[in-house]
Unconditional design. Structure first.
Length: 367
């Protein structure tokens, strides 16, 4: 496993304009795969849908639930439903998918699903889009366990593109990371939505992490997908940065109300969504792709109650003998339950747009 992403003069210019904050206390180049981690298919391309992407995962009343969007052939082209499946055996096998939302006329694309739980109720947020990443609305659904289906609660014209599951903050509020744009436009400004009441089925207000869509060197964010680590009043927002090979992090000291200027992070992540969070034992985790080619997907763990990442391993690195496939690995999401961290992510089978979803099961006591 080699970090072969090149840093050019423009990358160095941006790095020199920003302060750096350091999190890494392990040699990421020496990470290896672990035989203690087992991986299973959630969805494999079939005759109806050759494309699947941006899965999210959660646990509800002892069952895993994963959701994603499908396309018949190519990413966000044509019919784009949100679908989900349920596992009763910790990810080893999954039910047949059911549809949450779709538009057979193909005028509206649905993407991506994220989960939140509150007061023993399971919710799913998703976006309606008029074109790829052109956000038309923010929608909220609630899960009916008896019927095993999600029902629409509301749809609002909020131009906020979702990225991860809902986080809870120590002041009793909820926070949801993503990116803002104009209605039916392309969202290029990283930000968060905050629920002041700590409820999910309520009004959410937006906070932009930056004033605009450009970095100090003048380059624009393209897909500034955001993932958080919440540490009491301090929140770290790790932000995808496609145009420059410079990992970006923003920091808030007041529960996400105000944000710092961008810093350079020493954790490498490149041209793909990242996912981060905190385990029940106090360790933080960070999941990302090492290079722009998306061949290597890794996970890092911090020491307890610190932001120093001291260990980790590779979830995937090139072709997987266990799964019998693996051209690329990307777009992770995770959820901890009963001492296990369940990580779902996209697998690309080949250079064509043929993709499925995989779950890796990590017993956190093993690491």
């Amino acid at each position: 496993m080699t970090n072969n992403t090149q840093t050019d003069e423009k990358d160095l210019l941006l790095k020199n304009m920003l302060s750096q904050t350091n999190f890494l206390n392990t040699d990421i180049e020496k990470l290896k795969k672990s035989d203690k981690v087992k991986s299973y298919f959630v969805f494999k391309p079939d005759d109806e849908f050759r494309f699947c992407h941006e899965a999210a995962v959660t646990e509800y009343h002892g069952r895993l639930i994963a959701a994603w969007y499908n396309n018949r052939k190519s990413e966000l082209i044509g019919y784009t439903p949100i679908r989900f499946a349920v596992s009763e055996d910790e990810g080893k096998s999954w039910s047949l998918p059911k549809t949450v939302a779709d538009d057979p006329s193909e005028k509206i694309l649905y993407c991506p699903p994220v989960f939140g739980t509150e007061n023993d109720r399971l919710y799913m947020f998703l976006n309606q889009m008029t074109a790829p990443d052109h956000i038309h609305s923010l929608d909220l659904y609630i899960y009916n366990e008896d019927e095993n289906e999600f029902g629409l609660l509301w749809s609002e014209p909020i131009p906020f593109k979702l990225n991860t599951n809902v986080y809870k903050t120590d002041n009793g509020k909820l926070i949801l990371p993503g990116r803002f744009g104009d209605l039916d436009g392309f969202p290029q400004i990283p930000g968060v939505m905050i629920s002041d009441s700590g409820r999910i089925n309520t009004e959410w207000r937006g906070v932009r992490i930056t004033d605009g869509k450009t970095l100090p060197d003048g380059t624009e964010f393209i897909h500034p997908e955001v993932s958080l680590i919440v540490d009491k009043n301090k929140i770290y927002a790790f932000c995808r940065n496609d145009k420059r090979n410079v990992p970006i992090v923003f920091i808030s000291d007041d529960f996400g109300e105000h944000w710092s200027k961008p810093y350079v992070s020493d954790i490498p992540f490149s041209s793909s969504k990242i996912y981060s969070g905190t385990l029940s034992d106090g360790r933080n985790y960070f999941i990302g792709t090492l290079n722009a080619d998306r061949k290597t997907l890794y996970i890092l763990f911090s020491d307890r109650n610190t932001m120093k990442f001291t260990s980790g391993f590779l979830l995937q690195d090139g072709f997987s003998e266990e799964l019998g496939c693996g051209y690329q690995w990307s777009y992770p999401s995770a959820y901890e339950s009963n001492g296990k961290l369940f990580v779902v992510y996209t697998v690309s089978f080949n250079r064509e747009q043929e993709r499925g979803t995989v779950v890796s099961v990590i017993d956190i006591n093993d690491f």
